[in-house]
Design a binder for this molecule. Sequence first.
Ligand SMILES: NC(=O)c1ccc[n+]([C@@H]2O[C@H](COP(=O)([O-])OP(=O)(O)OC[C@H]3O[C@@H](n4cnc5c(N)ncnc54)[C@H](O)[C@@H]3O)[C@@H](O)[C@H]2O)c1
Length: 248
Amino acid sequence: MGIENRVALITGSASGMGKQTARRMAENGAKIVINDIVPERVDEAVGEFRDAGFEVIGEVADVCNKESIDKMIKSAADKFGGVDILVNNAGLEKAGLLRNLTEKDWDITLNVNLKGAFLCSQAAHHHMIERNYGRIINIASRAWLGGPGQAPYSSAKAGMVGLTRTLGLELGRKGITVNCVAPGLIRTPLWDEAPEKMKNRLLSKQPSGGLGTVDDIANAVMFLADDESSFITGQVLYVCGGRSLYAG
Ligand SMILES: NC(=O)c1ccc[n+]([C@@H]2O[C@H](COP(=O)([O-])OP(=O)(O)OC[C@H]3O[C@@H](n4cnc5c(N)ncnc54)[C@H](O)[C@@H]3O)[C@@H](O)[C@H]2O)c1
């Protein structure tokens, strides 16, 4: 039961919900690999985790770069003996209406969110197959259902849902589950800085009336990562205060 002594690699975990998920997993006895593209943030997060007495290593790597990802997974396996839990959390959004988007906006959004999840899953799954055990959790978004101004992001996150379902089919008999968490509006520094008018418009569409927290996401990831969640695969777990019940 639980995730004690499991090795968990969380991409983009030097900040935000990835960092909180890593912290919760560490508190529950997992060995943690913190990955991010920003070296100073990785150093800072690793320092915090070590000070708290957690078993942790830091890996600076760009999830879009196959060579760096293969190296990162290898050093995680060398240090901790394998990778049991992979959380594909690294992501970003380039927002804009179709007429304003650039090819660069499209490429970076698809690369970091979708190609990154593909490359990390591919590199990690070999170790999971060896152990006949694995949990892959993709952090998509409620936005995969579609949202004005979100063409690249929605497409990337929809691609992550397709990837989740396909890998669920391919890896089911290897003891590996693959699921998605689809967050809705989560309180982050970006939210705090957003204009009041925009915040009010977004909140008016929240059935729950409020925002989620990074802990709401960490809870959902922890549930899917648990040894006992072995009969759940290929699913999308919305953590969005009911916002997925509305279109658009
Ligand atoms: N915040 C929200 O409201 C929300 C809602 C829905 C979905 N999400 C998704 O949740 C995930 C985490 O979001 P967050 O709000 O915590 O964001 P965040 O910006 O705080 O964290 C994302 C991290 O990913 C890292 N990163 C970016 N590109 C990378 C790359 N190429 N390689 C490795 N790391 C990279 C960033 O440096 C950053 O530390 C993302 O996938 C995001 O799309 C967020």
